[in-house]
Write a protein that binds this ligand. Structure first.
Ligand code: ADP
Ligand code: MG
Length: 677
């Protein structure tokens, strides 16, 4: 993993991440060619040998910048205070300039030998020109500010690297393993295996994903979900690596370790997002090859007409477009980090840009707009089948499903302490129902249409009393045993979300559901929805989305389990409640770790805000680069000013992007306030 991070980590002269799969012009001031393994950087470190964590590299650069900077500054001080000590000042500037410039020039030369012309050469050339002029103070200052730019870049733009470091810190290095005899033994967390039993005490973080076997506690899952309100956990509940055990000691069976845990998946997502590139960055990459030769030509023409070396040096320094190149990546990384803090994981950077353009939403109903915690409100047997028999048959088969319907049936059966039958040949048809064999008879539990497809005759007319209820039928072989009615609650934040989305410029909101018309009608009626479709199969949902897509950029929101095809069909797929669910994490472009719908509006808000920041950055960066170039050509820019402005404009952009990091904090604060009440 460390190698992977390094590939994306290097700040080059232009502050740009060159890891690119299509082009091979990537190389940076740190002297490290990102595609080769044997190169070393300014700081002289062998990147291969370094551990995954740490800023040792930039520490090396800081050292160079510091020593060289002090020498350069010293030369100015000597010059001012001891005018008779010309020579000392001169020597100080000379050494300073060489210490600062050497690594940059070496890099540029290496690049040239490899036949690559990129932005490093511009600054190297400017420094060389100043050195040739024996203007060591200027050379030193230019090189100093360039190094400062590189340091700023690696420190701030590698936000993903830092979020990952933060995540790594969340999991403890050791765990206490419980042996077969009940004894406890301290082991390294990485030596844990699926099936091991471990004990976690209050205040400790969970090292792996697991299921509680005994004890109860409250858990702070904020590190993954962004929700600061602690969650109660009892035996049978899942716990997640990196979350904090607060109140009680619990024994846990390990269910997932390392990269398989939700935390591991989250790390992977952040890394993928950082490695992905936005269209703007791709365009810049494409034209980068033409940029340097063009700049060199203009520099030469300027020299030809003005014979003023200072103008040319200033021109070369200011032409290095760090600010422009950093405009997008810094903003995007800050936005992705801010989202992650809210439990919103964006898989690909281009999804952020997409999210800012969404004009339509398609929501799944059950578990998305409603809380999906169904409760059984009716058990209607036919031909003398008792409610208990009906429930027992249904629960026996549903035991193996985790559909909201199934969970409601199982819960009730457990409460009634029903003895369930042994089932063989369990099968689930997503969006339709489940089947299994008990004592030679085939049982089915599922929706009306599916029952009819299987040749069952359902009780004549839809019972009136079932209006507004979700209904599944239960059958044994070719006989219907009865039906079960459910009710579900609309999430309290659904209404708010829909009005928030409209305020953010979303023009169309629709709902699709596999549920019955009467239920869909009721929910849609309460929620100011433009259009809804009931009785959907997973493929009808896809069709619906495809239709909306003709006129809109569509986001689809679902639970990711049986909505995966619809999620994939949308321009943007948002999976809810993704914590602990691999399918949800894998199928969506954005995974929300909680079921809190307000996060969706936050995502859109953040996406729009980052678009604004990116545009500001680009305009500002270009203004400085092109404005500075013109001022240099006409002789109104000194090399030192060019260097200062170059570093200054980069700083402005980095800070402007950093504004995004705190977005959404008020949301988590609101959570806290609510829980404190
Ligand atoms: P929704 O679109 O509301 O999330 P689904 O697509 O998950 O609904 O399912 C559609 C319908 O299929 C459900 O309303 C239910 O009648 C039926 N169904 C799906 N899975 C099951 C199951 N495990 N047991 C019983 N019925 C099911
Ligand atoms: Mg669903």
């Amino acid at each position: 993993m460390s190698e992977h991070i390094h590939n994306h980590q290097h700040g080059c002269a232009c502050g740009h991440d060159h890891h690119d799969h299509e082009h091979d012009h990537g190389h940076c001031a740190c002297g490290h060619d990102h595609h080769h393994e044997d190169s070393t950087c300014i700081c002289g470190h062998d990147h291969k040998a370094e551990g995954g964590v740490g800023h040792d590299r930039s520490m090396g650069r800081v050292f160079f910048a510091l020593v060289g900077g002090i020498l350069t500054a010293n030369s100015f001080i000597l010059e001012a205070l001891l005018p008779e000590q010309q020579f000392a000042s001169y020597m100080s500037a000379l050494f300073g300039a060489f210490i600062l410039a050497l690594p940059i020039i070496i890099t540029a030369v290496k690049d040239l030998i490899k036949g690559k012309v990129y932005m490093n050469e511009l600054v190297a050339l400017a420094i060389l020109a100043a050195l040739v002029k024996a203007d060591f103070q200027t050379a030193g200052i230019i090189a100093f500010f360039l190094l400062v730019t590189i340091i700023i870049e690696t420190r701030t733009a590698s936000g993903a690297q830092r979020s990952i470091e933060e995540l790594i810190k969340l999991t403890p290095n050791t765990a206490s393993l419980i042996g077969a005899d009940g004894s406890e033994k301290e082991v390294a967390a990485q030596d844990l295996h699926v099936g091991d039993r471990i004990r976690i005490r209050p205040g400790e973080n969970f090292p792996v994903d697991g299921q509680i076997i005994s004890g109860e506690s409250t858990v702070n899952q904020a590190s993954i979900t962004g929700e600061s309100v602690p969650v109660e956990k009892v035996a049978g509940d899942d716990v997640f690596a990196g979350t904090q055990n607060l109140t009680g000691a619990v024994d846990v069976t390990v269910t997932k370790v390392g990269g398989e845990t939700t935390l591991g998946k989250v790390k992977e997502m952040i890394m993928q997002a950082e490695a992905s590139r936005t269209p703007v960055v791709r365009i810049i990459d494409r034209y980068a090859g033409y940029y340097t030769p063009t700049v060199l030509m203009i520099a030469w023409i300027t020299w030809w007409f003005s014979r003023d070396m200072d103008s040319v040096i200033a021109f070369l320094v200011i032409a290095c477009p760090c600010a422009v190149v950093l405009a997008t990546p810094t903003a995007v990384v800050a936005a992705v980090a801010a989202a992650a803090r809210l439990g919103i994981f964006i898989k690909n950077i281009s999804h952020l840009e997409l999210a800012s353009r969404i004009s339509a939403f398609v929501f799944d109903k059950t578990g998305t707009l409603t809380d999906g915690l169904l409760s059984v409100v009716k058990l209607q047997g036919v031909d003398g089948v008792t409610p208990a028999e009906l429930l027992r048959s249904a629960a026996s088969v549903e035991r193996f499903s985790n559909h909201p319907t199934a969970l409601a049936i199982i819960k009730l059966a457990q409460e009634a302490e029903l003895e369930l039958d042994g089932v063989t040949g369990f099968a689930e048809e997503h969006g339709k129902g489940v089947s299994g064999t008990v004592a030679g008879s085939l049982y089915r539990v599922g929706r009306a249409n599916w029952m009819r497809e299987n040749g069952l005759l359902l009780p004549e007319s839809d019972p009136d009393e079932a209006a507004g209820m979700s209904v599944v039928y239960v059958s044994k072989d070719d006989r219907v045993l009865g039906w079960i009615g459910f009710r579900d609650k609309i999430r309290k934040e659904s209404q708010v979300l829909l009005s928030d989305l409209r305020r953010l410029g979303v023009r169309y909101c629709a709902m699709v559901t596999g549920d019955r018309q009467s239920v869909a009608e009721e929910v849609a009626g309460q929620l100011n929805i433009d259009e809804f479709k009931s009785g959907c199969l997973p493929e009808t949902k896809v069709e619906f989305v495809e239709n909306v897509k003709r006129d809109h950029t569509v986001a689809v929101v679902g639970d990711g389990v049986n909505d995966a095809p619809a999620l994939a069909a949308g321009d943007l797929g948002i999976a809810m409640g993704a914590i602990g669910s691999d399918i949800a994490i894998n199928s969506a472009s954005v995974a929300l770790m909680t079921n809190d719908l307000r996060r969706i509006a936050m995502l859109i808000f953040l996406a729009k805000k980052s678009q604004v920041v990116i545009n500001q950055n680009l305009i500002f960066g270009m203004l400085f680069v092109f404005g500075g170039m013109i001022l240099s050509i006409v002789g109104l820019m000194t090399p030192i000013w060019a260097a200062v402005i170059h570093a200054g404009s980069t700083l402005v952009i980095v800070f402007n992007s950093a504004r995004l990091v705190r977005t959404g904090e008020e949301l988590t604060l609101a959570d806290k306030a609510e829980s404190d009440k």
